[in-house]
Design a protein around this ligand. Structure first.
Ligand code: SAH
Length: 215
């Protein structure tokens, strides 16, 4: 895997695009600048790696658009040492951004093939989030509570198990909606069963699947 001047130049351009779209957090912009996104995609798609677009990664899934990764991450208000649960590991790119920000990352993927591929790949580029094969709707009760929860697939509803696994003061960022379009929501847990919900516009994610994986 090669990360040369051309790749670095393309990443700088990507960072300025994401910045123009409204992302301000310097730590997030630095993470995008330092993580070689082309490593997460098939080498024949290099020219797409640094466009601000989602892209297929196999098993019918996508690596999220860099702007969307940055936007969700900004809403999450990540602090060093935060314990974060990510639902939908996919390529592992979002998980790496969170690791780069100094978080302790736990990530779940429900497609076995993707889980295995990403589990082998991330340590090779020096990133070691804790990765799990399982159902994101159920979260990771054994490792709860979490300071932050980020859902990277379109959820038809907010899973109660995930709310239960959050600390008071914790933040969840979740694209919620039944159809093709979801509303980005930030839910802050302000009491044992008390929440504050804010909305941040429309996004399109692949669905957070409810039935059993066919693999
Ligand atoms: N965060 C990823 C993008 C994820 S795309 C990245 O940075 O590349 C959404 C992912 O959610 C897909 O990989 C999909 O397989 C996974 N997914 C869908 N339903 C799920 C569920 N119920 N539990 C866990 N993961 C799920």
């Amino acid at each position: 895997m090669i990360d040369n001047y051309r790749h670095k130049g393309l990443r700088k351009q990507l960072v300025s695009t994401v910045k123009q779209k409204g992302i301000k957090d310097e730590a997030i912009l630095n993470a995008i600048e330092s993580i070689p996104r082309h490593f997460f995609m098939d080498s024949s798609f290099l020219e797409f790696a640094y466009q601000d677009k989602a892209f297929p990664i196999g098993s019918g899934q996508t690596i999220s658009q860099p702007y969307t990764v940055a936007f969700q991450t900004e809403l999450l208000e990540v602090k060093k040492g935060d314990k974060i649960l990510e639902v939908g590991t996919g390529s592992g790119y979002q998980a790496c951004v969170l690791v780069k920000l100094g978080a302790k990352v736990f990530t779940i993927e429900r497609q076995r093939k993707l889980y295995q591929k990403t589990k082998e790949f991330l340590p090779k580029i020096g990133y070691r989030p804790k990765m799990f094969y399982g159902d994101g709707y159920k979260g990771l009760p054994t490792f709860a509570p979490f300071d932050k929860v980020i859902i990277t697939a379109g959820a038809p509803y907010v899973p109660q198990d995930l709310l239960d696994q959050m600390n008071i003061g914790g933040i969840m960022v979740i694209p919620e909606g039944e159809g093709e379009v979801q509303t980005m929501k930030r839910i802050t847990k302000i009491g044992e069963s008390e929440y504050k919900t804010e909305e941040f516009g429309s996004f399109k994610f692949v669905p957070l699947l409810q039935n059993k994986a066919n693999d």
